[in-house]
Ligand binder design. Structure first.
Ligand code: SF4
Length: 333
């Protein structure tokens, strides 16, 4: 066979592979679109229920507070850039929220949004109640606010998931990211929480957000987690502060092509009962209603919520009307 014949065969094979890849990509896109259409008929089954928007730490990457700037100018900044009012979910608001979660068909309750959930003294009783109601219940925490009998009471509630956000394996690195916290304190609290849950079904996790200043400690953290028997995982840093992005490609976050479908999966309820459509709405940009005034069903069907869903859904064909909130999204691109 001549050289030119060989080249011809190789070119034909490359062309066939190219077509196959193109076909696979197109097929994947069509599948994704079909899935989107199915999701767009659903109502959310998950709710982020904010116990409080107060926090005990000053984390520099916090999307709400831009803590570094504020700490530099004012000395202390825990969430003070947030424009909405600070507060704590009251038992009255919780009872209303609880009734609405059931009525609307929410199956998973995540008792956090902004702030540190355990700063609300009622978080554990609220969690226990929702668990009794038959919901999947999860709490994400910085792990610094445990005191007295809290760990024992938490274990008695036997919720489904407790996730600790701990971004370092040494005091020095941890305190750069969780400003105001102590690594020794959170490590001891994780150990105690794991101990108290022995024999229970609760999943207890250590989430490590990999950033430029801590990615060298991932393996040390994994070892420390193994020592106390907590499940460990690394999460890619969503670049709320680009300068903190990790250098290793394996820690880069995955982005999903728009249009977003998260709004059919979850909604958020602030401590005061305000309902927002997405976990990135930290500062009441898209308040759809308040559960103290209207049912979740009525809020979901409101003109404002419908318009928001339409604008999110039509982002490819009508990008000019994409909600402002979504233009800086750290999950969908
Ligand atoms: S901000 Fe992002 S996650 Fe939230 S609704 Fe918009 S696209 Fe979806």
């Amino acid at each position: 066979m001549s050289e030119s014949d060989k080249r011809g065969i190789i070119t034909a094979q490359a062309r066939r592979v190219g077509h196959a890849l193109q076909w696979a990509r197109e097929w994947g896109r069509l599948q994704m679109d079909a899935l989107r259409l199915r999701l767009q008929t659903k109502t959310p089954h998950e709710a982020l229920v904010e116990m409080t928007n107060r926090c005990n730490l000053n984390c520099p990457f916090c999307m709400v507070g831009r803590q570094n700037d504020l700490t530099a100018t004012h000395g202390n900044a825990a969430h003070s850039l947030m424009k909405r009012r600070m507060g704590v979910m009251s038992p009255e608001t919780f009872e209303r929220v609880r009734a609405e979660l059931k009525r609307f068909g929410i199956r998973n309750a995540y008792l956090y949004f902004q702030g540190e959930p355990f700063l609300n003294v009622n978080t554990i009783p609220f969690a226990a109640q929702l668990k009794k109601d038959g919901l999947f219940v999860a709490i994400y925490t910085n792990g610094q606010a445990f005191s007295g009998n809290m760990i024992q009471e938490l274990a008695e509630a036997e919720i489904d998931l407790i996730r600790f956000s701990v971004d370092g394996a040494s005091e020095e690195t941890y305190q750069k990211n969780r400003v105001g916290g102590k690594f020794a304190a959170v490590y001891e609290n994780m150990r105690l929480v794991v101990e108290a849950h022995r024999g229970k079904r609760t999943r207890i996790e250590w989430q490590f957000i990999a950033m430029q200043n801590n990615e060298h400690e991932v393996e040390a953290a994994r070892l420390l987690a193994g020592k106390i028997g907590i499940l460990f995982f690394v999460k890619g840093f969503r670049e709320s502060v680009p300068a903190l992005a990790p250098t290793k490609a394996e820690y880069a976050p995955n982005f999903i092509p728009k249009p977003c479908t998260d709004i059919y999966r979850h909604l958020g309820i602030y401590w005061n009962g305000d309902v927002v459509p997405c976990c990135y709405d930290n500062d009441a940009v898209e308040v759809m209603g308040n559960v103290m005034e209207n049912s979740l069903k009525k809020i979901w069907r409101s003109a404002r919520y419908r318009q928001f869903r339409t604008a999110v859904k039509n982002v490819r064909v009508d990008p000019g009307h994409e909600p402002e909130l979504c233009r800086t999204c750290l999950r969908w691109r």
